[in-house]
Design a protein around this ligand. Structure first.
Ligand code: ATP
Length: 344
Protein backbone atom coordinates (compact mmCIF):
# COMPACT_ATOMS: atom_id res chain seq x y z
CA UNK A 1 0.00 0.00 0.00
CA UNK A 2 1.31 3.43 -0.94
CA UNK A 3 1.24 5.88 1.96
CA UNK A 4 1.15 9.66 1.82
CA UNK A 5 1.36 11.88 4.86
CA UNK A 6 0.94 15.64 4.48
CA UNK A 7 1.54 18.32 7.10
CA UNK A 8 0.89 16.03 10.06
CA UNK A 9 0.69 17.73 13.47
CA UNK A 10 -0.16 16.41 16.91
CA UNK A 11 -0.51 18.52 20.03
CA UNK A 12 -1.14 17.29 23.55
CA UNK A 13 -2.46 20.42 25.28
CA UNK A 14 0.00 23.13 24.25
CA UNK A 15 2.81 20.62 23.64
CA UNK A 16 3.52 19.91 19.98
CA UNK A 17 4.64 16.29 19.83
CA UNK A 18 4.59 16.06 16.00
CA UNK A 19 5.34 19.08 13.84
CA UNK A 20 4.48 19.41 10.17
CA UNK A 21 5.61 15.95 9.14
CA UNK A 22 5.19 14.96 5.47
CA UNK A 23 6.42 11.88 3.67
CA UNK A 24 5.61 9.23 1.07
CA UNK A 25 6.18 5.53 1.44
CA UNK A 26 6.25 3.29 -1.60
CA UNK A 27 4.37 0.00 -1.58
CA UNK A 28 6.34 -2.92 -0.17
CA UNK A 29 9.02 -0.85 1.58
CA UNK A 30 10.27 -1.51 5.09
CA UNK A 31 10.68 1.80 6.89
CA UNK A 32 12.43 2.43 10.19
CA UNK A 33 11.29 5.39 12.32
CA UNK A 34 14.42 6.22 14.28
CA UNK A 35 15.17 8.90 16.83
CA UNK A 36 15.72 9.76 20.45
CA UNK A 37 13.16 8.98 23.12
CA UNK A 38 10.21 11.37 23.19
CA UNK A 39 10.79 12.53 19.60
CA UNK A 40 7.33 11.62 18.36
CA UNK A 41 7.88 8.24 16.64
CA UNK A 42 5.13 6.38 18.48
CA UNK A 43 2.72 9.31 18.02
CA UNK A 44 3.27 9.14 14.23
CA UNK A 45 2.72 5.37 14.25
CA UNK A 46 -0.43 5.70 16.35
CA UNK A 47 -1.87 8.34 14.00
CA UNK A 48 -1.23 6.07 11.01
CA UNK A 49 -3.01 3.31 12.91
CA UNK A 50 -5.99 5.49 13.82
CA UNK A 51 -5.35 5.14 17.56
CA UNK A 52 -4.61 8.85 17.81
CA UNK A 53 -6.34 11.70 15.95
CA UNK A 54 -4.05 14.19 14.18
CA UNK A 55 -4.42 17.82 15.25
CA UNK A 56 -4.04 18.64 11.56
CA UNK A 57 -2.74 17.08 8.37
CA UNK A 58 -3.75 14.29 6.02
CA UNK A 59 -3.07 10.58 6.05
CA UNK A 60 -3.69 8.95 2.68
CA UNK A 61 -3.56 5.20 2.08
CA UNK A 62 -3.60 4.07 -1.52
CA UNK A 63 -5.12 7.36 -2.66
CA UNK A 64 -7.85 7.42 0.01
CA UNK A 65 -7.80 9.87 2.94
CA UNK A 66 -8.17 7.72 6.04
CA UNK A 67 -8.18 10.35 8.81
CA UNK A 68 -11.75 9.55 9.69
CA UNK A 69 -11.54 5.77 9.40
CA UNK A 70 -11.38 3.76 12.63
CA UNK A 71 -8.34 1.46 13.09
CA UNK A 72 -10.16 -1.72 12.11
CA UNK A 73 -11.12 -0.25 8.75
CA UNK A 74 -7.61 0.85 7.79
CA UNK A 75 -6.25 -2.58 6.77
CA UNK A 76 -3.46 -2.50 9.31
CA UNK A 77 -1.60 -5.15 11.29
CA UNK A 78 0.21 -4.37 14.54
CA UNK A 79 3.12 -5.84 16.40
CA UNK A 80 3.88 -4.36 19.81
CA UNK A 81 6.97 -4.47 21.96
CA UNK A 82 5.35 -6.56 24.70
CA UNK A 83 3.86 -9.19 22.34
CA UNK A 84 0.30 -8.44 23.50
CA UNK A 85 -0.68 -12.05 22.85
CA UNK A 86 -3.82 -13.47 24.42
CA UNK A 87 -2.39 -15.40 27.35
CA UNK A 88 -5.27 -17.83 27.71
CA UNK A 89 -5.20 -18.78 24.01
CA UNK A 90 -2.96 -21.25 22.20
CA UNK A 91 -0.65 -20.20 19.38
CA UNK A 92 -3.26 -21.47 16.92
CA UNK A 93 -6.07 -19.44 18.47
CA UNK A 94 -3.93 -16.33 18.74
CA UNK A 95 -3.16 -16.47 15.03
CA UNK A 96 -6.78 -17.34 14.19
CA UNK A 97 -8.22 -14.49 16.26
CA UNK A 98 -8.44 -11.81 13.54
CA UNK A 99 -9.90 -14.35 11.11
CA UNK A 100 -12.66 -15.42 13.49
CA UNK A 101 -13.59 -11.77 13.92
CA UNK A 102 -13.88 -11.62 10.11
CA UNK A 103 -16.27 -14.59 10.30
CA UNK A 104 -14.38 -16.75 7.80
CA UNK A 105 -15.26 -20.44 7.50
CA UNK A 106 -13.46 -22.93 9.76
CA UNK A 107 -11.63 -24.47 6.79
CA UNK A 108 -10.49 -21.10 5.45
CA UNK A 109 -9.27 -20.14 8.92
CA UNK A 110 -7.39 -23.41 9.33
CA UNK A 111 -5.73 -23.06 5.93
CA UNK A 112 -4.57 -19.50 6.61
CA UNK A 113 -3.42 -20.18 10.19
CA UNK A 114 -1.41 -23.26 9.18
CA UNK A 115 0.17 -21.32 6.32
CA UNK A 116 1.27 -18.58 8.74
CA UNK A 117 2.44 -21.04 11.38
CA UNK A 118 4.62 -22.69 8.77
CA UNK A 119 5.81 -19.37 7.36
CA UNK A 120 6.89 -18.17 10.80
CA UNK A 121 8.61 -21.45 11.73
CA UNK A 122 6.12 -22.29 14.50
CA UNK A 123 5.06 -25.72 13.26
CA UNK A 124 4.68 -28.06 16.22
CA UNK A 125 3.93 -25.16 18.59
CA UNK A 126 0.28 -24.67 17.59
CA UNK A 127 -1.08 -26.01 20.88
CA UNK A 128 1.29 -24.21 23.22
CA UNK A 129 0.31 -21.21 25.29
CA UNK A 130 2.35 -17.98 25.23
CA UNK A 131 4.00 -18.75 28.60
CA UNK A 132 5.38 -21.97 27.10
CA UNK A 133 7.30 -20.04 24.42
CA UNK A 134 10.55 -18.06 24.32
CA UNK A 135 10.48 -14.30 23.72
CA UNK A 136 11.55 -14.77 20.11
CA UNK A 137 8.85 -17.37 19.50
CA UNK A 138 6.21 -15.15 21.07
CA UNK A 139 7.20 -12.31 18.81
CA UNK A 140 6.88 -14.63 15.81
CA UNK A 141 3.35 -15.51 16.96
CA UNK A 142 2.59 -11.80 17.24
CA UNK A 143 3.87 -11.36 13.69
CA UNK A 144 1.78 -14.30 12.37
CA UNK A 145 -1.30 -12.97 14.18
CA UNK A 146 -0.81 -9.49 12.73
CA UNK A 147 -0.48 -10.89 9.19
CA UNK A 148 -3.43 -13.27 9.42
CA UNK A 149 -6.19 -10.91 8.20
CA UNK A 150 -3.97 -9.92 5.21
CA UNK A 151 -3.37 -6.29 6.17
CA UNK A 152 -2.03 -3.81 3.64
CA UNK A 153 0.27 -2.15 6.13
CA UNK A 154 2.19 -3.58 9.08
CA UNK A 155 3.08 -1.30 12.01
CA UNK A 156 5.66 -2.48 14.52
CA UNK A 157 6.36 -0.53 17.70
CA UNK A 158 9.83 -1.41 19.03
CA UNK A 159 9.24 -5.04 18.07
CA UNK A 160 12.60 -6.27 19.33
CA UNK A 161 12.97 -4.20 22.50
CA UNK A 162 11.93 -6.92 24.95
CA UNK A 163 14.12 -9.62 23.44
CA UNK A 164 17.65 -10.43 24.56
CA UNK A 165 20.55 -9.29 22.41
CA UNK A 166 21.52 -12.48 20.61
CA UNK A 167 17.99 -13.52 19.63
CA UNK A 168 17.22 -9.92 18.71
CA UNK A 169 19.89 -9.96 15.99
CA UNK A 170 18.52 -13.23 14.56
CA UNK A 171 14.96 -12.01 14.77
CA UNK A 172 15.79 -8.81 12.90
CA UNK A 173 17.17 -10.71 9.93
CA UNK A 174 14.25 -13.10 10.10
CA UNK A 175 11.72 -10.27 10.15
CA UNK A 176 13.33 -8.52 7.19
CA UNK A 177 13.24 -11.72 5.13
CA UNK A 178 9.67 -12.43 6.17
CA UNK A 179 8.46 -8.95 5.25
CA UNK A 180 10.21 -9.17 1.89
CA UNK A 181 8.62 -12.53 1.25
CA UNK A 182 5.12 -11.34 2.13
CA UNK A 183 5.75 -8.06 0.27
CA UNK A 184 3.83 -5.94 2.78
CA UNK A 185 4.53 -2.24 3.37
CA UNK A 186 5.89 -2.03 6.92
CA UNK A 187 6.91 0.67 9.38
CA UNK A 188 8.77 -0.05 12.59
CA UNK A 189 9.74 2.24 15.43
CA UNK A 190 13.13 1.92 17.05
CA UNK A 191 15.62 4.02 18.95
CA UNK A 192 18.41 1.62 18.05
CA UNK A 193 20.34 2.98 15.06
CA UNK A 194 22.07 -0.34 14.41
CA UNK A 195 18.70 -2.02 14.14
CA UNK A 196 17.37 0.63 11.77
CA UNK A 197 20.47 0.53 9.58
CA UNK A 198 20.43 -3.24 9.36
CA UNK A 199 16.75 -3.83 8.78
CA UNK A 200 15.18 -0.85 7.01
CA UNK A 201 15.04 -0.09 3.30
CA UNK A 202 14.63 3.52 4.32
CA UNK A 203 15.07 5.34 7.60
CA UNK A 204 13.14 8.36 8.79
CA UNK A 205 15.00 10.28 11.48
CA UNK A 206 12.54 11.86 13.91
CA UNK A 207 13.64 14.35 16.52
CA UNK A 208 11.67 16.87 18.58
CA UNK A 209 8.55 16.16 16.56
CA UNK A 210 10.19 16.84 13.20
CA UNK A 211 11.22 14.62 10.35
CA UNK A 212 14.90 15.46 10.03
CA UNK A 213 15.69 13.24 7.07
CA UNK A 214 14.37 10.29 5.10
CA UNK A 215 16.52 8.05 2.97
CA UNK A 216 18.33 4.75 2.65
CA UNK A 217 20.63 3.95 5.58
CA UNK A 218 23.62 4.37 3.31
CA UNK A 219 22.43 7.72 1.97
CA UNK A 220 21.73 9.07 5.44
CA UNK A 221 25.13 7.93 6.67
CA UNK A 222 26.98 9.43 3.71
CA UNK A 223 24.92 12.56 3.19
CA UNK A 224 23.41 13.70 6.48
CA UNK A 225 21.42 16.89 6.00
CA UNK A 226 21.82 18.23 9.51
CA UNK A 227 24.47 17.91 12.23
CA UNK A 228 21.88 16.12 14.35
CA UNK A 229 21.47 13.39 11.74
CA UNK A 230 25.22 13.15 11.25
CA UNK A 231 25.82 12.64 14.94
CA UNK A 232 22.82 10.35 15.48
CA UNK A 233 23.71 7.85 12.75
CA UNK A 234 27.03 6.10 13.08
CA UNK A 235 29.94 6.78 15.38
CA UNK A 236 31.46 10.26 15.36
CA UNK A 237 33.31 12.84 17.38
CA UNK A 238 32.54 16.53 17.48
CA UNK A 239 35.64 18.68 17.53
CA UNK A 240 34.86 22.11 18.97
CA UNK A 241 37.94 23.83 17.59
CA UNK A 242 38.89 22.46 14.22
CA UNK A 243 42.05 24.56 13.96
CA UNK A 244 43.90 22.13 16.23
CA UNK A 245 44.12 19.79 13.26
CA UNK A 246 46.73 20.40 10.60
CA UNK A 247 45.13 21.11 7.26
CA UNK A 248 42.17 22.80 8.92
CA UNK A 249 43.98 25.84 10.39
CA UNK A 250 42.58 28.15 7.71
CA UNK A 251 39.16 27.72 9.30
CA UNK A 252 40.29 29.06 12.65
CA UNK A 253 39.34 32.61 11.61
CA UNK A 254 35.68 31.54 11.64
CA UNK A 255 34.88 31.50 15.32
CA UNK A 256 32.50 28.82 16.47
CA UNK A 257 33.33 26.43 13.69
CA UNK A 258 32.82 22.88 14.83
CA UNK A 259 33.49 19.69 12.96
CA UNK A 260 32.02 16.24 13.05
CA UNK A 261 34.50 13.51 12.23
CA UNK A 262 33.71 9.86 11.65
CA UNK A 263 36.22 7.20 12.74
CA UNK A 264 36.90 6.12 9.17
CA UNK A 265 37.94 9.65 8.18
CA UNK A 266 40.89 9.39 10.52
CA UNK A 267 44.17 7.78 9.55
CA UNK A 268 46.56 7.27 12.41
CA UNK A 269 49.78 5.50 13.14
CA UNK A 270 53.20 5.80 14.63
CA UNK A 271 55.55 8.32 12.99
CA UNK A 272 56.77 6.77 9.74
CA UNK A 273 53.74 4.49 9.53
CA UNK A 274 51.43 6.93 7.77
CA UNK A 275 51.85 8.76 4.51
CA UNK A 276 52.01 12.56 4.45
CA UNK A 277 53.35 12.64 7.98
CA UNK A 278 54.27 16.30 7.50
CA UNK A 279 50.55 17.15 7.32
CA UNK A 280 49.71 15.11 10.42
CA UNK A 281 48.92 16.24 13.95
CA UNK A 282 50.43 14.54 16.99
CA UNK A 283 47.96 12.89 19.37
CA UNK A 284 48.11 10.74 22.49
CA UNK A 285 46.39 7.38 22.84
CA UNK A 286 43.99 7.82 25.74
CA UNK A 287 42.01 4.57 25.79
CA UNK A 288 41.82 1.32 23.87
CA UNK A 289 38.55 -0.62 23.87
CA UNK A 290 38.61 -4.17 22.57
CA UNK A 291 35.68 -4.66 20.21
CA UNK A 292 36.21 -8.23 19.04
CA UNK A 293 37.31 -7.67 15.47
CA UNK A 294 39.06 -4.36 16.10
CA UNK A 295 40.11 -1.85 18.72
CA UNK A 296 38.21 1.31 19.33
CA UNK A 297 40.87 3.91 19.93
CA UNK A 298 40.31 7.09 21.88
CA UNK A 299 42.85 9.72 20.92
CA UNK A 300 43.46 13.10 22.49
CA UNK A 301 44.84 16.24 20.91
CA UNK A 302 45.15 18.57 23.88
CA UNK A 303 41.68 18.46 25.44
CA UNK A 304 40.01 17.27 22.26
CA UNK A 305 38.97 13.66 22.01
CA UNK A 306 38.82 11.76 18.72
CA UNK A 307 37.34 8.29 18.30
CA UNK A 308 38.69 5.95 15.68
CA UNK A 309 39.37 2.25 15.03
CA UNK A 310 42.32 0.06 14.42
CA UNK A 311 42.25 -3.47 13.06
CA UNK A 312 43.65 -6.28 15.16
CA UNK A 313 46.25 -7.27 12.62
CA UNK A 314 48.24 -4.12 13.16
CA UNK A 315 50.51 -3.75 16.13
CA UNK A 316 48.52 -2.76 19.18
CA UNK A 317 49.00 0.81 20.33
CA UNK A 318 49.94 1.62 23.90
CA UNK A 319 47.82 3.81 26.11
CA UNK A 320 49.81 6.98 26.70
CA UNK A 321 51.80 6.51 23.49
CA UNK A 322 51.94 9.08 20.70
CA UNK A 323 50.57 8.71 17.20
CA UNK A 324 50.30 10.85 14.08
CA UNK A 325 46.78 11.71 12.98
CA UNK A 326 45.57 12.66 9.54
CA UNK A 327 41.92 13.68 9.07
CA UNK A 328 40.73 13.17 5.50
CA UNK A 329 37.23 14.51 5.81
CA UNK A 330 34.98 16.38 8.22
CA UNK A 331 31.50 17.87 8.34
CA UNK A 332 31.77 21.51 9.36
CA UNK A 333 29.02 23.45 11.05
CA UNK A 334 28.28 26.63 12.97
CA UNK A 335 27.35 27.07 16.59
CA UNK A 336 23.67 27.26 15.64
CA UNK A 337 24.05 23.83 13.98
CA UNK A 338 23.79 25.11 10.42
CA UNK A 339 26.18 23.50 7.99
CA UNK A 340 29.11 25.50 6.72
CA UNK A 341 30.48 22.92 4.35
CA UNK A 342 31.44 19.37 3.90
CA UNK A 343 34.79 18.10 2.74
CA UNK A 344 36.85 21.29 2.98
P1 ATP B 1 9.94 6.71 22.80
O1 ATP B 1 11.06 6.27 21.93
O2 ATP B 1 10.36 7.07 24.19
O3 ATP B 1 8.74 5.83 22.75
P2 ATP B 1 8.74 8.50 20.86
O4 ATP B 1 9.69 9.10 19.90
O5 ATP B 1 7.93 7.33 20.40
O6 ATP B 1 9.48 8.14 22.21
P3 ATP B 1 6.21 9.67 21.54
O7 ATP B 1 5.82 8.53 22.40
O8 ATP B 1 5.54 9.84 20.25
O9 ATP B 1 7.79 9.68 21.33
O10 ATP B 1 6.02 10.99 22.40
C1 ATP B 1 6.34 12.28 21.90
C2 ATP B 1 6.07 13.31 22.97
O11 ATP B 1 4.66 13.44 23.18
C3 ATP B 1 6.67 12.97 24.32
O12 ATP B 1 7.21 14.13 24.88
C4 ATP B 1 5.49 12.45 25.12
O13 ATP B 1 5.65 12.72 26.48
C5 ATP B 1 4.34 13.22 24.53
N1 ATP B 1 3.08 12.45 24.58
C6 ATP B 1 2.82 11.29 23.97
N2 ATP B 1 1.57 10.85 24.21
C7 ATP B 1 1.00 11.77 25.03
C8 ATP B 1 -0.28 11.91 25.65
N3 ATP B 1 -1.25 11.03 25.45
N4 ATP B 1 -0.49 13.00 26.43
C9 ATP B 1 0.47 13.92 26.60
N5 ATP B 1 1.72 13.86 26.05
C10 ATP B 1 1.98 12.80 25.28
Amino acid sequence: MHIEVRGLNKSFGDFNAVKDVSFDIEKGKLIGLLGPSGGGKTSILRMLAGLETPTSGDIVFHGQRVNDLPPQERGIGFVFQNYALFKHMTVYDNVAFGLKVKKLSKEKIRERVMYLIELTGLKGFEHRYPHQLSGGQRQRVAFARALAPEPQLLLLDEPFAAIDAKIRTELRTWLKEMIERVGITSIFVTHDQEEAIEVADEIMIISKGRLEQKGSPWDIYKNPETPFVASFIGESTIVEDISILKGFESLSDQPGTKALIRPEYIEHGKPGEIKLASAATTATVRQLHFRGSEWMVELAIGDTKLITYRSLEREVLQVGGQVQVLVHRAYMFNDDDSWIMENP
